[in-house]
Design a protein around this ligand. Structure first.
Ligand code: HEC
Ligand code: HEC
Ligand code: HEC
Ligand code: HEC
Length: 261
């Protein structure tokens, strides 16, 4: 998008090559590199400006020694011990699904977005001998902390003013037809669910993901932060939309993917 604005004033002769560059940068921006989730020194986030690593994934994932206290993939941050207030405490009488405690992938997002720990706290730092099970901040060669300030949209620990997460999809007192039907598959003996958007019967990342949780009655599909957000995909970033949505919410399309209204 920055590139689009920049090329407005260029002469006709270089428009064609500029157009190719725009296409290339559009492709690049569909990932993490250069996005608001790129916290390394090579990224554009102001947080990463002084960082001593240009790695991207390390702020969230480690190949070894991850935190397994919740079902989040290879998580490189100590999961927050924050006590969350869930949507259940709002007392909405129209809700039908069960609201479980914060867990699964939502707690991964909240390990940065509840505002309780620094963005560069990690378990397994880049390089040799960087492991610390409790997690600690990345420091520069001089031993000082480089990531200062938190210019980040923090949603805090009170989640009753947010769309419910850890919420059972199409809870049992909802008649069929109020929520879009899910597609299901069994992977490694575990049931998984998603909303098939492109009808190729494959669970692509653009599809709306449900996350499998056992609420005591067996595995069921739940809505979590990452049902609506893909933390790796910046393609919805624009002047009128935030980044990292699974699909554009223009015309409320994201809401209408689940809710039949
Ligand atoms: C800002 C945090 C963040 C960064 C940076 C990040 N991830 Fe993730 N990643 C997550 C979260 C949260 C999940 C779980 C949610 C989900 O299902 O997508 C996840 C899930 C995944 C998954 C499994 C689901 C999927 O989308 O395929 C893979 C694979 C993955 N990440 C790879 C990577 C790689 C490779 C990088 C670096 C290029 C990276 N991630 C950077 C947060 C991050
Ligand atoms: C390693 C810390 C970290 C994790 C983990 C993380 N985020 Fe972020 N996120 C950030 C930072 C930092 C920013 C803002 C950067 C900025 O404004 O420059 C951000 C911004 C965002 C934004 C706003 C984008 C915009 O265009 O304004 C959304 C939406 C978001 N994150 C969602 C998520 C979700 C959902 C998850 C989990 C799937 C997640 N994040 C996990 C650090 C993180
Ligand atoms: C039901 C879908 C849905 C769920 C679930 C959801 N979000 Fe969002 N989120 C959105 C949409 C849509 C927006 C864009 C709102 C806007 O444009 O103002 C958004 C915006 C954000 C932003 C940017 C706020 C801003 O105004 O800059 C952050 C950060 C964020 N979400 C994090 C999270 C986290 C963390 C979770 C889980 C605790 C979560 N979201 C769960 C749909 C969802
Ligand atoms: C991934 C699917 C999904 C998406 C996308 C989604 N929702 Fe929901 N939403 C749900 C589920 C499931 C519930 C719980 C409903 C229940 O059990 O009664 C819910 C609950 C709600 C509630 C609370 C209902 C109550 O009775 O208290 C509101 C309001 C709502 N959603 C609005 C929205 C809006 C607005 C958007 C778009 C920004 C959105 N939803 C996107 C699945 C989704």
């Amino acid at each position: 998008m920055e590139t689009l604005r920049t090329i407005k004033g260029v002469t006709a002769g270089i428009i064609a090559s500029a157009a190719v560059m725009v296409m290339m940068s559009t492709l690049a921006f569909a990932g993490i590199s250069g996005s608001k989730h790129d916290l390394g020194s090579g990224g554009s986030s102001q947080l990463g400006a002084n960082m001593t690593t240009d790695e991207i994934c390390v702020f969230c994932h480690t190949p070894h020694g991850s935190d397994t206290t919740a079902a989040v993939p290879l998580w490189n941050k100590s999961l927050p011990g924050t006590a969350y207030t869930t949507y259940a405490s709002l007392g909405s009488t129209t809700i039908a699904g069960e609201i479980m405690s914060v867990g699964s992938v939502s707690v991964a997002c909240l390990s940065c977005h509840d505002g309780t720990q620094a963005m560069d706290v990690m378990i397994n730092k880049p390089g040799s001998g960087g492991y610390n099970a409790a997690g600690s901040e990345l420091v520069g060669p001089d031993g000082t902390h480089k990531m200062t300030g938190t210019p980040i949209p923090v949603i805090g620990s009170d989640l009753k003013n947010d769309h419910p997460v850890g919420i059972q999809y199409g809870g049992n007192t909802h008649p069929a037809g109020e929520y879009t039907a899910l597609t299901t598959a069994s992977i490694n003996g575990k049931s998984v669910w998603w909303i098939e958007d492109t009808v190729d019967a494959k669970r692509g990342k653009d599809e709306i993901m449900l996350y499998t949780r056992d609420n005591g009655g067996g595995d069921e599909p739940f809505v979590e932060c990452a049902s609506c957000h893909d933390p790796h995909n910046d393609s919805t970033a624009s002047a009128t939309s935030v980044a990292f949505l699974r699909k554009s919410n223009a015309g409320s399309a994201l809401c209408l993917t689940c809710h039949i209204k």
